[in-house]
Design a protein around this ligand. Structure first.
Ligand code: NAP
Length: 167
């Protein structure tokens, strides 16, 4: 199995504020949908609440410590070990699963991930309260990038970068 992380991060690794995203970037939403459709997506309970519903055409897996948490259309695990076991037992060797956030879950899983799909958003948010971990460039090699300038629908420049863990 390939374990990947997908996130959109600002210049200081900001990813969220008050359990919401920091921007409305349709180009990144489209990118996220293209990359993750057909693959399992794994998220923390707060990110699930922020999205508000399971995303279609993907297995939705939520990690929580709350044993009373239940939602239709969602698989639930209560620990990293349980997550590892679920993926090991249900995924084929070359299938790709995506950690989609948020801050707590990125921190828990970045050490296990094989690839990072990062949208670098060229902006800064001093009132952010949630951050992506530092991407150590001694450990992560950039294997592709795709730069987009701001336009009338997307108010920040962004760069879709894929990093691969160095061996
Ligand atoms: N920019 C982006 O790409 C992006 C992507 C996703 C999310 N976000 C943003 O990130 C923010 C949410 O992130 P967050 O860090 O607050 O929350 P989160 O990572 O989405 O979820 C945290 C929750 O995960 C569960 N959890 C954490 N550690 C666990 C463990 N070891 N075992 C089992 N469950 C565990 C807990 O759920 P319980 O409390 O239920 O126990 C915890 O409250 C929002 O602002 C959202 O918009 C941004």
């Amino acid at each position: 199995m390939i374990l990947s992380i997908i996130s959109a991060i600002a210049n200081n690794n900001e990813i969220g504020r008050r359990n919401e995203l920091l921007w409305d970037l349709p180009i990144d939403m489209k990118h996220f949908k293209e990359i993750t459709t057909g693959h399992p997506i794994i998220m923390g309970q707060k990110t699930f609440e922020s999205i508000g519903r399971p995303l279609p055409n993907r297995r939705n897996i939520v990690i929580t410590l709350d044993e009373t948490f239940k939602k239709d259309g969602v698989e639930i695990v209560y620990s990293i070990d349980e997550m590892d076991l679920l993926l090991k037992n249900t995924m084929k060797e070359n299938e790709e699963a995506f950690i989609i956030g948020g801050g707590q879950i990125y921190k828990l899983f970045i050490y296990k991930a094989d690839k990072l799909y990062i949208t670098h958003v060229n902006a800064e948010f001093s009132d952010a309260d949630t951050y992506f971990p530092i991407i150590d460039t001694n450990k992560w090699e950039k294997i592709s990038e795709d730069k987009h300038s701001r336009d009338e629908k997307n108010i920040y420049d962004c760069n879709f970068v894929v990093y691969k863990k160095m061996l």
